[in-house]
Ligand binder design. Structure first.
Ligand code: HEM
Length: 400
């Protein structure tokens, strides 16, 4: 028997916990108590506006089942905001064709080939922080580093990466406005338009016969008609957008966590623990908290009816703390056995760049361990909290 999902504000929330509102900044910055209550009491709820409710799903089993079911849960936004080539916002068969056109560049083997270049980019950017005895590590380290790495992997000159960073940041903001339905959002599309024009200019000049890079491959597929010109350029832009902020936030989360957990930092010295630490960080404090899908038809989750066309928010960060899947889920345990979490997604849209992100942050942590004995928070740069317990700024003393 299916029933209607309850509205968030009609639920009997415990004292001290405001009804879950996905747009409330305070809740977004510290959402785990809400997630726990939702999983226990109301695994599917409705929030947002009466005319256009959002369905919120919080349990590991329900979240991952929906992510595996691209047939019923579409990634294509229903409003008129589809940008050609955006892999994240496509369904099969377009998704299959697009993903295939770049997936080879992101396999563990292909990514391992760029390891020395990434290591050099890290060393160059970490050294000034060590020499200065610390500093603000998001804006001056993690963000410029991650964009330079994506540029390298795609085959865009690293000298261009600062401009790519500005365009990427502004484009993410623009897309956020577009998705939220902010009036006149399209007046803010300048950065995305500039980035698309730049990528198209690179496609026109790149050596498509001998080039092995992602852009050379996309340009070749464009010339062969496998991808349209808009799709090829859009896809390259989305790689920058999908990879930059996420990896920056993960780097910040790792550094912040290590600065307040010196015992864990001390144990990180054994290099083989770094990959496990990293994976546990993506479970415990994932840079992405929720994924949105659109019901392609009337569907059911945990006995609740979800009407065709509805937006469904799948809380992967909540799924990662589900006791039904993880033992002692609120404990950070880098030696955790059952670590198959949802922090990189699930199903056909599972993160294409996860190997790159893991390699990059692993190399960064290895450099950290080799150059720094201890980290401490530096209050000259007060932490600016962001949604999901990540930070826009992290100040650190690095003690050699
Ligand atoms: C997809 C997380 C790094 C490119 C995803 C998804 C998640 C995710 C949760 C699934 C989206 C969905 O199902 O709707 C992360 C995290 C990262 C990271 C936590 C770093 C810590 C990267 C990097 C790149 C990248 C470095 C590329 C350079 C993509 C792309 C998709 C994706 C293109 C769409 C895949 C598809 O739709 O088939 N990522 N990501 N990500 N990610 Fe990542």
């Amino acid at each position: 028997m299916t029933s209607e999902a309850p509205w968030s504000h009609d639920l009997d929330w415990p004292h001290g916990l405001a009804p879950f509102d996905p747009f409330d900044t305070d809740i977004q910055c510290d959402p785990y108590a809400h997630y726990a209550w939702l999983r226990d009491h109301a695994p599917v709820i409705r929030a947002g506006q009466r005319e256009t409710p959002l369905y919120i799903v919080s349990r590991f089993g329900d979240v991952t089942e929906a992510l595996r079911n691209a047939h019923d849960f579409s990634s294509v936004p229903r409003r008129d905001i589809v940008i050609p080539g955006f892999l994240l916002n496509s369904d099969p068969p377009d998704h299959t064709r697009l993903r295939h056109s770049a997936s080879r560049a992101f396999t563990p083997r292909a990514i391992a080939a760029v390891e020395p270049v990434i290591a050099k980019l890290i060393a160059e950017r970490w050294e000034p922080i060590v020499s200065a005895g610390g500093g603000e590590v998001i804006g001056s380290f993690a963000s410029p580093l991650t964009i330079a790495v994506i540029a390298t992997v795609l085959g865009i000159p690293v000298s261009q990466s600062e401009t790519m960073r500005e365009w990427t940041t502004a484009s993410i903001e623009y897309l956020g406005m577009l998705f939220r339905g902010v009036p006149n959002a399209s007046a803010n599309d300048t950065a995305l338009t500039s980035m698309l024009a730049y990528i198209n200019a690179v496609f026109d000049t790149v050596d498509v016969t001998h080039g092995e890079t992602v852009v050379a491959n996309l340009a070749r597929l464009r010339n062969e008609g496998v991808l349209s010109a808009e799709e090829a350029a859009g896809f390259a832009c989305q790689l920058f957008m999908a990879g930059h902020e996420t990896t920056t936030l993960l780097t910040g989360n790792c550094l912040d966590f290590l600065s307040v957990n010196p015992d864990i930092f001390a144990r990180l010295g054994a290099v083989e623990t770094i990959p496990k630490f990293l994976d546990e960080m993506v479970r415990y404090r994932p840079p992405v908290h929720r994924l949105t899908r659109y019901a392609a038809r009337d569907v059911e989750i945990a006995g609740c009816r979800i009407p065709a066309g509805a937006s469904v928010r799948l809380l992967i960060a909540s799924a990662n703390r589900d006791l039904a899947k993880f033992e002692d889920p609120d404990r950070f345990d880098p030696l955790r056995k059952n670590a198959a979490h949802a922090g990189f997604g699930y199903g056909i849209h599972m993160c294409i760049g996860s190997w790159l992100a893991k390699l990059e942050v692993r190399l960064m942590l290895e450099t950290l361990v080799a150059t720094t004995a201890r980290l401490e928070p530096d209050t000259r740069w007060p932490r600016q909290p962001l949604a999901g317990g990540a930070f826009a700024t992290v100040g650190l003393h690095s003690l050699g």
